[in-house]
Design a protein around this ligand. Structure first.
Ligand SMILES: [Zn+2]
Length: 101
């Protein structure tokens, strides 16, 4: 198991290259991959990206920002914000597939 495969412990299926079917990017690279951006696969060097609908992953994060307005306690606000940010990361890493760009 190489470094890239070890770093992809969340869900490997959603991080497979559509060209060569190997793990294309590290999880931290995928987190900063939006619909308008493409990166090269670590193996075949073909361009991969995420589909436009991947912005759905932003919903819990944006919802958590709005939800913080309902609370007065700064610790509760921080907790709500962290839950939203974690949900966004989880959805993006687990369910958003890589596509050919
Ligand atoms: Zn590839």
């Amino acid at each position: 198991m190489d470094t890239i495969e070890r770093s992809m412990t969340i869900d490997r299926r959603a991080n497979r290259c559509p060209h060569c079917h190997k793990i294309a990017v590290r999880w931290e690279q995928k987190m900063f991959l939006g619909p308008g951006r493409a990166v090269s696969c670590e193996y075949c060097r073909q361009k991969v990206g995420v589909p436009l609908w991947s912005v759905i992953a932003l919903v819990p994060f944006l919802g958590s920002i709005v939800a913080t307005l309902a609370f007065q306690d700064i610790y509760v606000k921080g907790l709500v914000f962290c839950v939203g940010a974690t949900a966004m990361c989880w959805i993006h890493l687990k369910y958003v597939p890589l596509i050919k760009k």
